[in-house]
Ligand binder design. Structure first.
Ligand SMILES: *Cc1c(COP(=O)(O)O)cnc(C)c1O
Length: 393
């Protein structure tokens, strides 16, 4: 079974590039050049150097002793929370800014919901001195004031999307419009393994550093680079795609992706895409998404902003359909409790997104001596207000 993208941009039935004709030249330029650029010695050298000196890689693989004792397995945390800017997203934005430079682009655009991807994009634009415009829904700008301030401080222009629901999907529309109007000098940095081909593959490759390091680090810790289980949370699916990448052909490693069930799968307020979703086209690719019978996208909900997305990337749809990975979900409550538990047992406050992956440990039955790797995709600083309200801290 092939779990990677084929020449036509598909993972089995999923993927492709479903875009308005006016975007075709932009996406086609990227498609023709991304692999050559990423495989060039000059690119690799600068990417590796920045991941090391700027992002702080390799991120540690930490054997969480007290968590391991509680659940009866050897549980390792892949510490993406220790990266510069506090999550895995920077791996991708560093990669894409280097690519944009080599494509001769002078201007970067991005869309952001909670602001995490906007911050990661503004960060690398400051690093490279490139103009940065971030589209963000008017409502999200109000809700996410600290991230808006971070972006501005690093020199980005934050543009409010004032149409529709004034949230992520409207910001995405504005960014698309911008890119259509500025095809020559502008690169659009997408923040997850979504969008038209080649974005899902390109982003997964940039994030694959996570599993590349993990295999090496596991070998050092345990003598084997192959764990029994690999877990990650899934919004669009980029940290999971990076965490799974070098385990896809290792059939010993069971892959588990955890989606957000919000108030419960059947509550009408969730983001459990694989359970509730159907096949269709979202944001430029064919995948699985939450939609009504007549194809309207259903507004997702999760307590964690990063998982509040109505679809999953096309590679995940393929891993789901072929059953290479198991897709499960955790509710808001389960995730919040798991976040608190990690804080108490290990002194690590996780991002609420990552807490969803941790929450699944409660539902597993480990055999003695089994090895588990969990992607701790981000740190909880950004979520402190939510933790405070939830636990009355
Ligand atoms: C954005 C984000 C996610 C969700 O995005 P993916 O593309 O699914 O990885 C998960 N964790 C953190 C910390 C995030 O910031």
């Amino acid at each position: 079974m092939n779990y990677h993208v084929n020449e036509k941009g598909y993972y089995g039935d999923f993927g492709g590039a479903y875009i308005p004709e006016m975007l075709y030249p932009n996406v086609e330029e990227l498609r023709q050049k991304y692999l050559d650029i990423m495989n060039s010695a000059d690119f690799k050298k600068e990417f590796d150097q920045l991941l090391k000196d700027y992002v702080g890689r390799p991120s540690p693989l930490y054997l969480a002793n007290r968590l391991s004792e509680k659940y009866g397995a050897n549980i390792f945390l892949k510490r993406e929370d220790l990266n510069h800017t506090g999550a895995h997203k920077i791996n991708n934005t560093v990669g894409q800014i280097l690519l944009a430079e080599r494509l001769g682009k002078k201007r970067i655009i991005a869309e952001t919901g909670a602001g995490q991807h906007g911050v990661a994009t503004a960060t690398v634009c400051a690093l490279k001195g490139l103009e940065c415009v971030v589209y963000m829904g008017e409502i999200d700008i109000e809700r996410q004031a600290p991230n808006v301030a971070r972006m501005k401080m690093m020199g980005a222009t934050v543009v409010a999307a004032t149409s529709g629901s004034k949230t992520l999907k409207d910001a995405t529309n504005e960014a698309m419009r911008d890119w259509i109007n500025n095809p020559v000098d502008t690169h659009y940095i997408i923040g997850s393994v979504v969008g038209p081909h080649p974005y899902p593959d390109m982003v997964a490759r940039f994030q694959s550093i996570i599993s590349e390091e993990t295999r090496r680090q596991l070998k050092e810790h345990t003598g084997s680079e192959s764990p029994d289980y690999v877990l990650a949370c899934v919004g669009g699916g980029s940290n999971a795609a990076g965490m799974f990448y070098h385990f896809l052909d290792d059939q010993h490693a069971k892959l588990i992706a955890v989606e957000a069930a919000g108030h419960g799968v059947n509550s009408g307020e969730s983001a459990a895409t694989t359970i509730l979703g159907k096949e269709g086209v979202l944001h430029g690719s064919r995948s699985i998404l939450m939609q009504t019978d007549d194809g309207q996208v259903i507004e997702p909900y999760s307590i964690s902003a990063g998982l509040d997305y109505p679809g999953i990337g096309p590679q995940h749809a393929h891993l789901f359909k072929t059953r290479r990975a198991e897709y499960v979900c955790a509710t808001d409550d389960e995730a919040m409790q798991a976040g608190l538990l990690l804080a108490k047992l290990e002194g690590i406050i996780p991002a609420i997104e990552s807490s969803h992956a941790l929450a699944h440990l409660e539902k597993m039955n480990f055999k003695k001596g089994e090895t588990v790797v969990i992607c701790l995709s981000g740190r909880g600083d950004k979520d402190l207000n939510t933790y405070m309200k939830y636990f009355n801290l």
